[in-house]
Ligand binder design. Structure first.
Ligand code: CP
Length: 315
């Protein structure tokens, strides 16, 4: 099946087949990452602008690495030194970047829906690198890619997402991806951060950590998104950790071969005990590496590449 999308805006809008295409393409690029020479000429001559108007370490560097490995030229936008500080709008900024001959924009923004908005006013592909509390599609794809690498087929697997679900774009994108792939998703945390209405997305809502963790194949931890919370959703960080932080005792409630994931940045000693973050059960850094392959796939397909051209075995 050919790839038709010009933009990658949400996981919600993707079909299961499209998710599979992205994952299969990422798989081919992941194998390339293990070669001595990792660079491929797929996007030679293209210029990709990373328009990040919110802080980022992993996603920005990962997109930049992905673009370079595809032989594209990349420019990373420095928000603090840009004319956005003089009042220039997102639309004007992006239209000027397009007028400067960019071939694609990767956008991170605090406003939900901003990538969709740009996709309607620009003629070039827009990739969502995280928009407010809405979606973070490439994060979910790299998470699912890593789960499959460790567990194989996700159908019927119990995936627990623990933490600040309400303000998490990572949770929303993962919920859409995992339910489309047939996994059983449980979200757990304080009732103020894990409201019942998430059940409408096809997940189980729990406020009881022990019962949620029992039989889990994957525990995905999320940090508290202080930057998006207008008021206190729990009494204190210490009390949150006391009730919902993953520590050694609680990790014994999950299966011995279950994996621990986190999209980063991690807050050691808050949502996860430092020893657990560094333990063999943690795949946190493997998630980061797989992110390069997933972002190579997203850039390649949205630039007009076709999955079958990279799915052939590479030498
Ligand atoms: N996971 C993630 O989006 O990390 P960054 O905010 O560092 O990009």
């Amino acid at each position: 099946m050919p790839w038709h999308r010009k933009h990658l805006l949400t996981i919600e809008e993707l079909s299961r087949a499209e998710i599979e295409q992205l994952l299969a393409t990422a798989g081919a690029f992941r194998r390339i990452l293990d070669r001595k020479v990792k660079k491929v000429p797929a996007l030679r001559g293209k210029t990709i602008v990373n328009l990040f108007l919110e802080p980022s370490t992993r996603t920005r560097i990962s997109f930049e690495m992905a673009a370079k490995l595809l032989s594209a030229d990349t420019i990373s936008f420095d928000a603090a030194a840009s004319s956005t500080t003089k009042g220039e709008t997102l639309r004007d900024t992006a239209q000027n970047i397009q007028a400067l001959n960019a071939d694609m924009i990767v956008l991170r923004h605090s406003a939900s829906g901003s990538p969709l908005y740009l996709s309607r006013v620009l003629g070039i592909p827009v990739i969502n690198a995280g928009d407010g509390a809405h979606e973070h599609p490439t994060q979910a794809l790299l998470d699912v890619f890593t789960m499959r690498e460790k567990l194989g087929d996700l159908k019927g697997r119990k995936i627990v997402i623990l933490g600040d679900i309400l303000f998490s774009r990572v949770a929303r994108s993962n919920i859409h991806a995992l339910t489309k792939l047939g996994a059983n998703v449980t979200i757990v945390g304080p009732s103020t951060l894990v409201p019942r209405w998430f059940e409408a997305l096809g997940v189980k809502v729990s406020h009881n950590l022990r019962s949620a963790l029992e039989d889990a194949d994957v525990v995905m931890l999320l940090r508290i998104q202080h930057e998006r919370q207008a008021s206190g959703h729990f009494p204190s960080v210490g009390e949150y950790t006391g009730m919902f932080g993953l520590n050694k005792t609680r990790a014994e409630w999950i299966k011995p071969d279950a994996i621990i994931m986190h999209p980063g940045p991690i807050n050691r000693g808050v949502e996860i005990d430092s020893d657990l973050a560094d333990s063999p059960r943690s795949v946190i850094l493997q998630q980061v590496t797989n992110g390069i392959a997933v972002r190579m796939a997203a850039l390649y397909l949205c630039a007009g590449g076709q999955p079958e051209h990279v799915l052939a075995p590479v030498e």
